[in-house]
Design a protein around this ligand. Sequence first.
Ligand code: NOJ
Length: 751
Amino acid sequence: MNGQDRRISRRAWLAGAGAALAWSASPARALLAITGERPLPASVEALISRMTLVEKAGQLNLLAAAWAGGAAISLNPAGAASSFDAQLRMVRRGELTGVFNGNGAEMARRMQTEAVRRSRLKIPLLFAADVIHGLRTVFPVPLAEAASFDPDLARRTARAAAVEASASGIDWTFAPMVDIARDARWGRGVEGSGEDVLLGRVMAAARVEGFQGSGLAAPDAVAACAKHFVAYGAGEAGLDYNSVDVSERTLRDIYFPPFQAAFAAGAPTVMASFNDLSGIPATGNPWLLDTVLRKEWGFGGLVVSDYTGDEELIAHGFAKDGRDAARLAFLAGVDMSMQSGLYLKYLPDLVEKGEVPLARLDEAVRRVLALKVALGLFDDPFRRIDPAREKARLRTPETLALAREAGARSIVMLRNEGDLLPLPRSGKKIALIGPFAGGGHDLIGPWNVYGTDREAVDLVTAVRETVPDATMDDGSNLARAVAAARAADIVVLAIGETQTMSGEAQSRTEIVVPAEQQALAEAIAATGKPYVVLLRTGRALALSGAVAKAPALLVTWFLGSQDGPAIADVLFGVASPSARLPVSFPRASGQVPYYYAHRNTGRPNPPGALQPYKAHFRDYPNSALFPFGYGLTYGEMVYSDLRLSSKTLGDTPLTIRATITNTGRMAATEAVQLYIHDVVASVTQPVRVLKAFTRVTLAPGARQEVSFTLTRADLSFIGRELTPTTEPGAFRLWIAPSAEAEGLAGTFTLT
Ligand code: NOJ
């Protein structure tokens, strides 16, 4: 839209609605209102009193954008066909609150103009989208970024994503995904921060802060949506959408905390998950959405269903038809319906017949309007809609540089025998072999609506910037690949999962490298050439044979727009690997769900040779091949001098210090981790729990003291009464480089 259009639209808006409503909408006030602390401006109440039942239900009706075919459809099951014109008609009639996964500022301008000029009440539309790891600049998949163990990086990429998204007319992102994922068969672990509660919490908060920037009303902010509430990652057998049956203790201990962290950071919305929860679908679960979320936590924001989540109550066998489904979801606490259209269709009648209280309808509408007020849409419905700004903000050199930095900082080095890495920049013949060596595919990773592999840089392109004569073979013909390896001095073998193998509805029964690629790795290993495995994956994998034994092994995930350059930076030592596994890599698929913070059992598996009657499988010790927190650097890190400020922790916090020395020949960044174990408690406790981590960057020969603080609250667990509890007694602690490394071990007593 040009400047003049923009003024006209804005003027039309101000004349038509602003005068009547006199929004004294200070964004700060609105934000307070949405978090439940203050009433909304009187003008919102006045507006609600003028709305018909259909207009009210319309504010709760969110649909996939139909414009230009609708980007949403490619990442969701096909919905009922809708045309852009039909959606414009709905806007005019006040039957639509907004759309999601649309296509940019031009679409938003046309729809918003219709809303603020031609609908009776001129309520602005809300534009939502799945901006999970970037818009057109694609950042590493969230699981990869979690490997950075650097919440500040997550904050920066979320900020950059919000700047791009908001310039494209987007007000609201369906992110962050904060589901703890402990079963690597589940494909959607790629969208979250892995298996650990602390890492999940800090990443959730950082992403919310990044998306929302200086405040929701800022033109470059997008509202965050914590999803999927709750325990979506705990589906039986790692099967997506499957039933979940976990205890309330586990919900409170493991699955709730990242949501609480997202809300504490200011997330004003939450998405109900698809799964049923011990028999009650989350989307129709009043205990979850009302008792816990509203009453216990005081959440004042908006609950949106997942895509047709309300309608799916029928397939769950929980609702008898669409009307029943709308009633159950709405009364349970789902304020806004995504994609099914059931709220628009049935809520007016349900209210008229007295099956749904009008007060509940008004409450949900109030939350939607509060969000729109907080986003500044009533002040200027076009504040995020400006095609010129959109063009200027997409894929800027700065965001692409950030994508490259984030990529390099997400790569986890699992092995580097004989310092094979970094690779020499000259003097050696390098062969890039495997399906991911080049060809511009499988770069951006799953769950990205707007980015394309075409706009991303692949490995061979990036490597040839440094080594112009590097050769490439896609590995599809074994004999040819072996010949290519034989002709080289060093092989870089790029194998793993394609990007369609993880993500929504992409559960796997065997979390292994696909058979043909495993065969390729065996053949390359048999040549005797030194080889580096680059592992493309959206989940933890059970590695074996020539992959598990590779002299050098890097987990490269899906790194986004700058995938190739980020990998090349690590390969050639421009960047030193510093990331750590956010998910344990087990030894075999049959171990999953495998996570480091498991309980001990009464017959724990001792180290060493398998002994009878212990908690292990016949064929493997029950430990990880590469545990959570594991990752190597180009330095050589030595941990020493564990010091505790006291032998006891009471009302004074305990300070724990250690010295980290880089005895290697290259600078590196170490992610130092603090774990504890509560030795005896009235509820059995995990063998280890991460309590803090920090990153230290050390030049060769340099040393630095790291210091952590533990308070009484840090030692609490969900007790017998299902509330946070601390119990005096002995604790063990470790400052260690991974969840299963001994590192420096100590003890203290909680008094
Ligand atoms: C279904 C997914 O579960 C959810 O994460 C996403 O936000 C919606 N589809 C909308 O695309």
